[in-house]
Write a protein that binds this ligand. Structure first.
Ligand SMILES: [Zn+2]
Length: 144
């Protein structure tokens, strides 16, 4: 899924779970669960992958900063959970631009991360938009 949805899910986990020892690992696991849901095909041309990931990171960062300000008592956990929920996608540039993808552990990690995204389609943008709508409704109506 796109970075906004990963970060938004991490933020929701931070707000609802509130205990770092559970929330941060759960946020990391949420990344792979969301990637299993049919979602958008992103950057089909590899040369646009890096600029696309930068735009995604900016969107996820802005959402995270707004939520850190909106829920000041949980700002640190929100930050950690948003990063944990988005972090596996930080590794994609290393997969395409370095030999990291051929090293032990990372080879299996990238194979797994690719395999679970079996359902990427252009129509998946509809799922992304619907999911983000739910995230936005939750975040704008949530009371601590
Ligand atoms: Zn991913």
């Amino acid at each position: 899924m796109i970075g906004l949805n990963h970060a938004g899910t991490g933020i929701i986990i931070a707000l609802t779970v509130r205990r770092p020892e559970f929330a941060i690992p759960l946020a990391l696991v949420s990344h792979f669960v969301l990637d299993m849901i049919p979602h958008s095909l992103v950057a089909p041309v590899r040369k646009y992958m890096a600029p696309y990931l930068v735009i995604e990171a900016i969107g996820a960062t802005v959402l995270t900063l707004i939520c850190m300000i909106a829920f000041p008592s949980l700002w640190l956990l929100i930050g950690f959970c948003a990063v944990a929920a988005y972090s596996p996608d930080f590794l994609w540039p290393f997969y395409y631009k370095s030999k990291l993808g051929s090293k032990p552990f990372f080879r299996e990690f990238f194979a797994f991360h690719k395999k679970i995204q079996w359902s990427e389609t252009y129509r998946g943008w509809l799922v992304e938009v619907l999911y983000f709508s739910v995230v936005l409704i939750f975040l704008t109506t949530y009371k601590i």
